[in-house]
Design a binder for this molecule. Structure first.
Ligand code: SF4
Ligand code: SF4
Length: 338
C-alpha cells in the first residue's frame, strides 16, 4: 500500500503528518517505510532520526558533443523540448541544468557525434529507525531536476506493507513524480487563504491524474470554515483536523514526533491511518494492526460511521479548553485527549 502525503504549498505540516503516520504504523505491527521525496529539502530525518546504513550516488546522463564529428546539422536542437542543446553557426552548446536526460539528441544525431556522460545528481540514503524503514533523497546544490532522484528514492523502498511518500511541496513535476503510482494521496492544508488557494491547485492536479485523495487540515481553528466548505463542494473527504496548539509547534521546533510529545494526539493519527488505509482500497492492513489502531483511536466509543467527522463538525477532536499547554488559545478547536 502506497500513500503519498502532498500539499500545494510548503509549511503546511506535510512532513509532520507523514512522519507521525509512519512512526505510528511501525509501532503498531505494520511493516512500514517512510520515503522522503522532498529531495531539495528533506527534513523527515530530523524527527525520525534514522540510522543510515547505505548511501548511493545517483547520476544522470548528459550529452557530450564531439566537434570533430559534428556536421552542425541542427537535428539535436530540433528534437530537444527543453532547449538543453542548441546548434549555433559554429558549435553546439549543451546546458546540463536544463537537460532531462531523455537521450533523444543522441538518438537522432546522424553523425554519431553525441555520447552521454554521467553527471552526479544527488544521493539516496537508506536506513532504519527502529522497525521503520527510511529512505531519503538529497539533491546536489545547483541541480534543478529532481524527478530522476525521486524515482531512485521510490525504487529504493524496502519491502513493506505501507510505504509513505513525503512529497515535495507545490504542484510541479517533483510532486507529480512522487504521487504517481500511489494508491491514495493525502493533501495537507492549513486554514489560510494561501492554504486554500494551493489546496485547490493540488486537488486539480490529483484530479487530472485521476487519483483518489482526502484532506488533512493542519493548525485547524474554530471559525475557519473555508477549507471545509471547499472540500464539501468538491466532495473531498476531510480525513482529520489537527489542532493549532502550542505543544505541537514546540515538539516540531525541538525535532520531536508530535504523537510522542503531545498526549492524545495518537488518537487523531490512528484514526487517520485507519481511514487512509481503508480509502486506499487495499487489504494490506493486518488484522492485528487494525485492532491496535482501532483501540488507540478509541473507535469503540464512537457511534457507527464516526471514522470521519460529520459535515460541518470540527472533526473528531475534543475541546481544547482546560489544556494547560495551550493557554489563551480559545480559537484553537481541540485537543485530542478526552
Ligand atoms: S538528452 Fe534529451 S533533454 Fe537532454 S539535451 Fe538531449 S534531447 Fe535535450
Ligand atoms: S545532431 Fe549531431 S551532427 Fe547534428 S548538430 Fe547535433 S551533434 Fe552535430
Amino acid at each position: 500500500m502506497r500513500i503519498a502525503i502532498a500539499s500545494g504549498k510548503g509549511g503546511t505540516g506535510k512532513t509532520t503528518v507523514a512522519t507521525n503516520l509512519a512512526w505510528l504504523a511501525s509501532q503498531n505491527g505494520l511493516a512500514a517505510a517512510y520515503l522522503d521525496c522532498d529531495t531539495e529539502e528533506p527534513n523527515g530525518h530530523l524527527f525520525l532520526r534514522p540510522a543510515i546504513d547505505q548511501r548511493r550516488e545517483i547520476v544522470r546522463m548528459i550529452p557530450q558533443v564531439d566537434p570533430a564529428r559534428c556536421t552542425l546539422c541542427g537535428q539535436c536542437g530540433e528534437i530537444c523540448q527543453y532547449s538543453a542543446i542548441v546548434c549555433l553557426e559554429q558549435k553546439v552548446l549543451v546546458f546540463p541544468e536544463l537537460c532531462h536526460s531523455c537521450g533523444g539528441c543522441a538518438l537522432v544525431c546522424p553523425a554519431g557525434a553525441i555520447t552521454e556522460t554521467p553527471r552526479a545528481l544527488g544521493v539516496v540514503e537508506t536506513g532504519r529507525c527502529g522497525g521503520l524503514g527510511f529512505v531519503q533523497g538529497r539533491l546536489n546544490i545547483g541541480e534543478v531536476s529532481s524527478p530522476p532522484l525521486i524515482r531512485a528514492v521510490r525504487q529504493a523502498a524496502p519491502p513493506a506493507d505501507l510505504l509513505l511518500y513525503d512529497a515535495p511541496p507545490g504542484t510541479a513535476c517533483p510532486m507529480i513524480e512522487t504521487v504517481r503510482g500511489a494508491d491514495y494521496v493525502v493533501l495537507v492544508t492549513e486554514p489560510t487563504p494561501f492554504g486554500l488557494h494551493d489546496l485547490r491547485l493540488a486537488w486539480q492536479v490529483i484530479k487530472s491524474l485521476q487519483m483518489e485523495c482526502g484532506v488533512v487540515v493542519n493548525r485547524a481553528l474554530v471559525g475557519e470554515t473555508e477549507a471545509r466548505q471547499f472540500c464539501e463542494q468538491a466532495r473531498i473527504p476531510i480525513l482529520a483536523e489537527i489542532p493549532d496548539i502550542l505543544a505541537i509547534a514546540e515538539a516540531y521546533s525541538e525535532g520531536k514526533l508530535a504523537i510522542e510529545a503531545v498526549p492524545g494526539l495518537q488518537r487523531i493519527f490512528a484514526r487517520l491511518l485507519l481511514d487512509v488505509t481503508s480509502a486506499a482500497g487495499t487489504n494490506a492492513l493486518p488484522e492485528a494492526a487494525r485492532r491496535r489502531l482501532r483501540s488507540i483511536a478509541d473507535l469503540r466509543a464512537d457511534p457507527p460511521g464516526c471514522g470521519r467527522p460529520a459535515p460541518g463538525a470540527p472533526s473528531c477532536l475534543l475541546a481544547l479548553r482546560g489544556n494547560p499547554r495551550a493557554p489563551n488559545r480559545a480559537r484553537a478547536i481541540s485537543s485530542p485527549d478526552p
